[in-house]
Design a protein around this ligand. Structure first.
Ligand code: DAU
Length: 302
């Protein structure tokens, strides 16, 4: 079914009709830049939308006044982000016990939704789990995010916008590894707990952009005039409140549940670039109309 989690009536109808016993809650506004220009949708979808699903699950699953789940196998997994923990200095990594310190409207809305999920566990006994993951990349990622945006621009010989000094650090995880981590937590995680998920693969943004340029030069040849794609790199105005560094300590999920990432960054980037080269029709279909408006709004005057 396709619908809006902001529609409380629809969400509870779906629970009633479909006898749902498992929720893996991915639905969210996810792009930090969009949250800076338009925070309202983030509050609406990420906070109120999560509240609506929690309420529907509470209504459907917690029939007894004691608050005990009537269906013992029910599980509500909330997919969240490492951005709730704020920004790191040069050392250290986020642990599950790191205090929340969100700094963008996006991360504040995700922090709020995490707190709501956690409160439904403590207050009502809803069988919840939370995962906080680092930056994903791989097939089908919308070209508003760094990696697909750079691949798309580099293919077309357009400028490659790097925010600030390009030295902000993200911990990259191939999307299939993230999916396996979510399944592992869903099947084996301890109810009421949070698990951090990360790729153990910290890179400065400029390194990521260089990697994409080099792979494309190798796979599709240099630009006209024998120019390497690195020549397209353009440093642009920084993101407001730009978090400097994220890094995940994934010891808990590795030790307690046996998950670890299987795809390293070099391999994952080759697979990703290959996927975008093989799926040009998909990129074309998602970069017409509204994407062009979005691009102009975000990058036109940068
Ligand atoms: O850490 C997990 C988070 O990763 C998720 O919760 C978010 O939903 C997801 O969007 C992502 O957030 P980031 O802000 O880290 O991702 P983004 O791809 O927007 O940017 C990655 C880095 O690249 C960041 O430091 C900003 C920089 N950047 C991004 C874009 C789009 C550029 O330098 N130029 C760009 O054009």
């Amino acid at each position: 079914m396709k619908g809006d989690i902001g529609d409380a009536t629809l969400v509870s109808q779906i629970f009633a009709q479909e006898q749902i016993d498992t929720v893996v809650h991915f639905a969210a506004e996810s792009h930090v830049d969009r949250s800076i220009t338009g925070p309202a949708e983030f509050v609406q979808t990420n906070i109120f939308g999560t509240f609506n699903i929690l309420e529907a699950a509470r209504e459907a699953w917690l029939k007894e006044p004691s608050g005990k789940p009537s269906g013992t196998d029910c599980r509500f997994l909330h997919v969240s982000t490492d951005e709730v923990y704020g920004s790191l200095g040069e050392t250290g990594a986020f642990q599950e016990t790191t205090p929340y310190d969100p700094r963008s409207p996006y991360s504040a809305s995700k922090a709020s939704s995490d707190h709501l999920v956690s409160s439904y566990y403590h207050t009502y006994g809803l069988p919840t789990l939370i995962t906080n993951c680092s930056n994903n990349y791989g097939p089908y990622q919308f070209p508003e995010k760094l990696i697909p945006l750079i691949i798309n621009n580099a293919l077309q010989g357009r400028p490659l916008p790097v925010y600030g000094d390009g030295k902000n650090v993200r911990d990259w995880l191939y999307v299939v590894d993230h999916c396996e981590a979510i399944l592992t937590v869903l099947q084996h995680g301890k109810i009421g707990e949070t698990y951090n998920i990360g790729g153990n693969s910290e890179k400065q943004n400029i390194e990521v952009v260089h990697t994409i340029c080099d792979i494309l030069d190798e796979k599709v040849g240099l630009l006209p005039g024998d120019r390497a794609r690195r020549s397209l790199i353009t440093y642009v105005k920084d993101r407001a409140g730009h978090d400097r560094r994220y890094a995940i300590d994934a010891t808990k999920i590795r030790t307690n549940l046996g998950w670890h990432p299987r795809v390293n960054f070099a391999d994952g980037m080759h697979r990703t670039v290959e996927w975008y080269l093989d799926n040009k029709a998909w990129i074309a279909s998602v970069t017409d109309g509204s994407y062009r408006e979005y691009y102009e709004k975000m990058y036109g005057n940068r």
